[in-house]
Structure formats: C-alpha cells, structure tokens
Design a protein around this ligand. Structure first.
Ligand code: NAD
Ligand code: UDP
Ligand code: UDP
Length: 330
C-alpha cells in the first residue's frame, strides 16, 4: 500500500531522527519504506510501526545499490554520534559517499526528489560565528572526525553535481545538534549521555573544561524543518541550516540536566577528543526566509521529554536511582 501521499523511502529510518520521521510520514498518510542496516539504529525503534500496512522495513546497506520504487527519498542513513561513526570510519565514509551515489542514482532513475541530511560538521571547528550556509568551514581532512565531516562534505558535492549534471531535484539540510527520545542508551552523544548518567547518579562525563558550546534542537523542531524543506519547489536546493540558535556551554547543559533530574551526580572531567569544535551556533535566516521555520521547543521542555523517555527506559531495566524532583531548570 502506498498511502494517499505516495510511497516515501527513509534511509536510516530505524535511527533516532529517522524513526521520528517514519512516524510522522505515516501519520500524514504516506506509505513508508524504511531502509536501515541497524548499525546505529534499532529494530525496536520501528517495531511498533510494522502493524501499519503502509509501513515496510528493509535491512540494507545504502553503500550497496538499491532498486526500489518510491515517490520521494529522505537520505538519513549515517551514524551521527562521534564514538559510533569512529568505530568503523571506513564504513562511515562508504555510507556517506557510496550511499549518496546510490540514492542519487535511484532518484535519477525514478525522477523523484531526494533530501540529504547533511550536518553542521561541514563547518568543522568554525572560524565564523554563528555559522551561515555561505561559510566554507574549517575541517581537518585527516583527523578522527574526518570520516564523518569529510564524508558529509563529499556527499554534498555529489548531490550538487547530480543536480547540475542530471537535473536531480535535491534538498540539502545541514542539521545542528538534535536530541530527544529514541536516542539509543549507548549512542554516546552529549544529551543522552548526561541524562542517562544523571538518572543513575553516575558521574557526568564532561570532555575538556566544558566551555565548548553547542546549540541543541529538539527533534520535533528538526523534523518540522526537514519536512518543510522537502515541500519546497524544485528551485530550492539548499543547503539550509536547521538548528536552534540558542547556544549553551557543555557545562551549562550538565548543570541543567542535574537540576532537572534532581540528581546527586558529580561532574567529572575527561580529556577533550581531538578536533572537538569549540563553538557551534546556526544562523537560521535562510530557514526562516525559505521555509518560514524557526524552532519552538525551549531546551528545558525538550530535556523534560528526553528525561521522561530515558527514565521509563531505564526503569524497565531497573537502572534508575536518582530521586525525582519537579523539573524547573527552564
Ligand atoms: P542515528 O545514528 O540514530 O541514525 C542513523 C541511522 O542510519 C541508524 O538507524 C543506522 O543504523 C543507519 N545506517 C547507518 N549506516 C547505514 C548504512 N550504510 N545503510 C543503511 N542504514 C545505515 O543518527 P541520527 O541522529 O538519527 O542522524 C540521522 C541523520 O541526520 C544522519 O545522516 C546524521 O548525519 C544527520 N545529522 C544528525 C544530527 C543530530 O544531531 N542528530 C546532526 C547533524 C546531522
Ligand atoms: N543505483 C541504484 N539504484 C537505482 C539506480 C542506480 O542503487 O535504481 C546505483 C547504481 O548502481 C550506481 C549509482 O546508483 O552505483 C549511481 O548510478 P548512476 O546511474 O548515476 O551512475 P552509474 O551507474 O553510471 O555509475
Ligand atoms: N561531550 C561531553 N561529554 C559526553 C559527550 C560529549 O562533554 O559524554 C561533549 C563533546 O566533547 C562535544 C559536545 O559534548 O564538545 C557535543 O558532543 P556530541 O558527541 O553530542 O556531538 P558533536 O557536536 O561533538 O558532534
């Protein structure tokens, strides 16, 4: 069954953002083909959707050709957490680069639009602040993060060359740090790490002195930006930044999480990973102008949803130890 809105391919659909996207598309009446190799996603993220006759799940590596019939493609497949994408850096690069070729080859054959979830990592450790789309970035091509950063940059190049050479309708969004429910417990990114540690009264692991900044966008807001981008006319290719311009230090994030969970966790410092960007904040004027989009969910509200999610998940495993407290760190 395709659904009244057609059949949509979501690669990486069993991952954090992808599983939210699959749910949203199903709710809007689309048929969804979720393709995932389950390397950093989980079958459990989409298992409840299997009861819906408009949902199909296919285990497949996008670095290999894929021959399916769909009306739209969202290409999300790629590990996004630094420890995860550094586990198998060669596969990470293959996913970004060969995955881009294959999904663009598919889009070209079918004559359908394709959206690429690129990343703020294309700006590297930015020398311009906040980051605008016109900024070319400051990226180490040979470091531990390069498999992801350069993979995503190369994927953008392939997208724009398929657009110019073959007329493929492309949509490129550069997502900034996104968080929310359905990140995996062992994901390793900062928000899920801190929440999971705080809920168990375990030390909060701050890398470096915690003065580095990030801008955290709740997943519902990110999703709204992605979906609006897909709905734009054929002349809109991007790249468009999607992120929350409210900037926090990692230490501030830790303090907020501790306050909101009423945790007894102490803060412990660990070495800063190499090439860890010192500052990150999106300029979202393009998203405002082209998509009439801006994030709506404040950090405290998004954190509240995320804490509730992990509290339930950890409780099921008998792991929550922190006392409950009214959430008030907003
Ligand atoms: P995630 O790791 O939770 O999800 C990625 C999904 O892709 C997983 O289900 C994984 O199993 C799947 N996958 C990985 N390699 C694959 C392959 N070769 N073939 C098929 N499936 C594969 O990450 P996420 O946070 O949901 O990120 C989704 C997309 O958004 C990624 O492309 C990521 O680069 C991008 N992005 C995310 C963020 C963020 O903060 N979450 C920021 C910038 C960009
Ligand atoms: N491809 C795919 N599905 C398709 C069409 C193409 O996976 O429906 C793959 C194809 O195998 C190739 C890549 O996409 O590896 C790029 O295809 P394209 O036709 O652009 O180029 P070429 O086949 O000439 O390399
Ligand atoms: N970080 C941290 N403790 C953790 C995980 C991450 O201090 O347990 C820091 C990390 O060094 C970086 C920031 O938090 O400065 C965001 O890290 P994340 O892995 O979430 O994503 P990034 O934006 O670096 O890709």
């Amino acid at each position: 069954m395709t659904g009244f809105g057609g059949r949509v391919l979501v690669t990486g659909g069993a991952g954090f953002i992808g599983s939210h996207l699959c749910r949203r598309l199903l709710a809007e009446g689309y048929g969804v083909l979720c393709v995932d190799d389950f390397s950093t996603g989980a079958r459990s993220n989409v298992e409840p959707l299997l009861a819906n006759p408009r949902f199909e799940l296919l285990e497949h590596d996008v670095a290999r050709p894929l021959h399916v019939d769909v009306d739209t493609i969202y290409n999300l497949a790629c590990p996004a957490s630094p420890p995860q994408y550094q586990k198998d850096p060669i596969q990470t690069m293959k996913t970004s680069v060969l995955g881009a070729f294959n999904m663009l080859g598919l889009a070209k054959r079918l004559g359908v639009p394709i959206l690429q979830t690129s990343t703020s990592e294309v700006y590297g450790d930015p020398l311009q602040h906040p980051q605008m789309e016109a900024y070319w970035g400051n990226v180490n091509p040979i470091g531990l993060r390069s498999c992801y950063d350069e993979g995503k940059r190369c994927a953008e190049t392939i997208f724009f060359d398929y657009h110019r050479e073959h007329g493929v309708q492309i949509k490129v969004v550069r997502l900034f740090n996104t968080f929310g429910p359905r990140m995996l417990i062992d994901d390793g990114r900062v928000v899920s790490n801190f929440v999971i540690q705080a809920l168990q009264n375990l030390p909060i692991t701050i890398y470096g002195d915690g003065s580095q900044t990030r801008s955290f966008c709740y997943v519902d807001d990110t999703l709204e930006g992605i979906v609006r981008m897909m709905a734009t006319g054929p002349d809109v290719t991007g790249p468009v930044n999607i992120g929350n311009p409210q900037e926090f230090t990692v230490l501030e994030l830790a303090q907020k999480v501790i306050a909101m969970t009423g945790s007894a966790s102490e803060i412990r410092h660990f070495p800063l990973p190499s090439d860890d960007p010192t500052r990150r904040k999106p300029d979202i004027s393009q998203a405002a102008a082209l998509l009439d989009w801006a994030p709506k969910v404040p950090l405290a509200e998004g954190l509240g949803q995320t804490i509730d999610y992990f509290e339930t998940l950890l409780a099921r495993q008998g792991l929550v130890t922190a006392p409950r407290k009214v959430r008030s760190a907003g």
